[in-house]
Design a protein around this ligand. Structure first.
Ligand code: ZN
Length: 259
């Protein structure tokens, strides 16, 4: 009997040690999830870039219902740079490509929940077919939406010459700042492609941070010039959304080459 109690004690001690060890290990693995949307539009077939307006509303309602704190990209970058600890229910919302359906189908929902967001716009496509116009972008800005750059022509940067990379990165910032009278602080790599040299150019152009997609080797978003984002899919269930917004989703993702 005595031996049995002793064994039980050892067993519980090991369990407590394992739990304590796991808690310590997992502590610095938390990453504030940055959601990446593209088009908010009805579509009959499955396409990775599309979320229907109905499902977008459902996904935003999920965040509200579960008491997530939707924070701006600004607040997240500031916290990473200053080493500030954010609530483990923080989420950032971003959109790429500057599609008009962000204005027609997403803005009202974001306003309803009072959620901030950042939209990355290719400056040379503003006002073109199915793209947001300048007045629409102005309205976005007055509704707590930040505008970032997504190059001028939405080109895959690693495939361009250095001269062209410089033009896409530097001039898109100048274009948007001139068109909208704002300061453009953030950049998103088209198709997520970047390299160390491209990152350097983005920094030199005066951006404060840059978003990738799922590419890059920094799983824990320590480097603000290669922030990994998470794509919510149209048919994601609440369970999948919960996993994607848990802050530990990056742990289960394979490290991917940046280009
Ligand atoms: Zn894009």
């Amino acid at each position: 009997m005595k031996l049995c109690i002793k064994r039980l004690r050892v067993f519980f001690f090991i369990i407590v040690l394992l739990i304590a060890g796991f808690s310590l290990w997992i502590q610095d693995k938390y990453v504030v999830p940055i959601l990446m949307y593209h088009e908010i539009e009805d579509i009959s077939r499955h396409e990775a870039n599309y979320v229907t307006p109905k499902n977008f509303e459902r996904q935003m309602a999920f965040l509200e219902k579960n008491h997530y704190q939707v924070i701006s990209l600004d607040a997240l970058v500031d916290s990473i740079k200053k080493g500030k600890v954010l609530s483990k229910k923080s989420v950032v919302i971003t959109f790429d490509d500057g599609k008009e359906n962000n204005y027609t189908n997403a803005l009202a929902v974001l306003k309803k929940y009072n959620f901030p967001a950042t939209i990355f716009v290719p400056s040379g496509l503003i006002g073109k077919e199915k793209q947001m116009s300048l007045p629409q972008l102005q309205e976005m800005i007055s509704s707590k939406i930040d505008i970032g750059s997504h190059t001028q022509t939405h080109s895959y940067l690693p495939g361009l010459s250095v001269e062209k990379q410089i033009k896409e990165i530097f001039d898109s910032k100048k274009d948007i700042e001139e068109f909208l009278g704002i300061s453009v602080k953030y950049f998103a790599y088209p198709i997520g492609g970047f390299s160390d040299e491209i990152k350097k150019l983005v920094r030199q152009a005066g951006y404060e941070a840059a978003c990738a997609t799922n590419r890059g080797r920094d799983r824990f978003n320590k480097d603000v010039f290669e922030l990994k984002r998470i794509r919510p899919n149209n048919n994601d269930s609440d369970l999948v959304l919960w996993l994607k917004t848990s802050g530990y989703y990056n742990l289960f993702r394979k490290a991917k080459n940046p280009y």
